[in-house]
Design a protein around this ligand. Structure first.
Ligand code: 6PG
Length: 243
C-alpha cells in the first residue's frame, strides 16, 4: 500500500535523478533571486553529497553563478572542520578543491569553542548578512534551503522532543544532545530561520526513509513536518524512499 507523500513531493527514479532535479532547482533559485547575492542554506548528512559533487562537476560547474552565491549551513556538528563528522568537511570534500567559491562566501558554523559559542556567533553571522535583526516574511533570508529527513523525523539538527524545536527568537541554537548519530553537540538553525526562504527542498532518498515519510503522512508531529516556510516547500524523493 503506497503511503501518502508530503505535499509537493516528486518521486524520481533514483538518487542521481534527485540530485539532478535539485541542481536544476538551485539554478532556478539563482535565476529568480531578486538580489545580486544568492543565499543558499546547505543540508548536512550524506544524501546531499551527490548534489554537491554534481554542482562542482562538468555538467553544472560552468552554469552556476558562483561569484554571487553565499553558502550557509542548516546545521553542523560542533567538531573541528577537519573532523569527518563535520558538515563543513563533507561539503568541502564534495565540492572539491576546484569549486570557485570565494572564501568569504562559505559561511561555515564555527566549532572551535563549543556549540553554545558557535550558535551565538552563527546567529550574529546570519543577522549581519541579512542586514537587520528581525526577519521580514516579505524579504526572506535564504533564496534556497536544502534539508534532509532523519530516520527519526528530524531535519537539520532539530530532533524530536528537544528544546531547539521551540527556540522562537534565535536564528541558531546549540543542541547539547543530538537525537541520532553522531552523538556530538550540534548547532542548528531554528524553524524561524529555516522558514525565511523563497524555496525549500527536502532531499530524501533510500529505503531507510520510508518509515519517517509514512509517519509524516500519517500525521505524526515530527520536526520535519513542522516547517512553515514563507516560500515554497518541495520534497524530492527517490523511488526507494517513496515505495
Ligand atoms: C546532519 C543533517 C541532518 C540530515 C539527516 C539525513 O547534520 O546530519 O543536517 O538533518 O539531513 O540526518 O541524513 P542523511 O542524508 O545522511 O540520511
Amino acid at each position: 500500500m503506497p503511503t501518502a507523500l508530503p505535499p509537493g513531493a516528486e518521486v524520481l527514479a533514483d538518487a542521481d535523478a534527485v540530485a539532478r532535479e535539485a541542481a536544476a532547482r538551485l539554478l532556478a533559485a539563482c535565476a529568480e533571486a531578486p538580489a545580486e547575492r544568492v543565499a543558499v542554506c546547505l543540508s548536512g548528512g550524506s544524501t546531499p553529497k551527490r548534489l554537491y559533487r554534481l554542482l562542482a562537476g562538468p555538467d553544472y560547474a560552468d552554469r552556476l553563478p558562483w561569484a554571487r552565491i553565499h553558502w550557509f549551513f542548516g546545521d553542523d556538528r560542533a567538531v573541528p572542520w577537519d573532523d569527518p563528522r563535520s558538515n563543513v568537511h563533507m561539503v568541502c570534500e564534495a565540492f572539491g578543491p576546484d569549486a570557485p567559491i570565494p572564501a568569504s562566501h562559505l559561511h561555515a558554523i564555527p566549532a572551535d569553542h563549543g556549540a553554545e559559542a558557535a550558535a551565538e556567533a552563527y546567529d550574529r553571522t546570519l543577522r549581519a548578512f541579512y542586514g537587520a535583526d528581525r526577519l521580514d516574511p516579505a524579504r526572506p533570508l535564504f533564496d534556497l534551503v536544502l534539508l534532509g529527513l532523519g530516520e527519526d523525523g528530524h531535519t537539520a539538527s532539530l530532533f524530536p522532543g528537544k528544546p531547539a524545536l521551540d527556540a522562537g527568537d534565535a536564528l541558531a541554537v546549540a543542541v547539547p544532545e543530538a537525537g541520532l548519530e553522531p552523538f556530538v553537540p550540534r548547532v542548528t538553525l531554528t524553524f524561524p530561520a529555516l522558514a525565511s526562504a523563497r524555496r525549500t527542498l527536502f532531499l530524501v532518498t533510500g529505503a531507510g526513509k520510508r518509515a519517517p515519510l509514512a509517519r509524516l503522512a500519517g500525521g505524526e508531529d515530527l520536526p520535519a513536518g513542522r516547517l512553515r516556510s514563507a516560500g515554497t516547500v518541495a520534497w524530492l524523493l527517490d523511488a526507494a524512499a517513496a515505495a
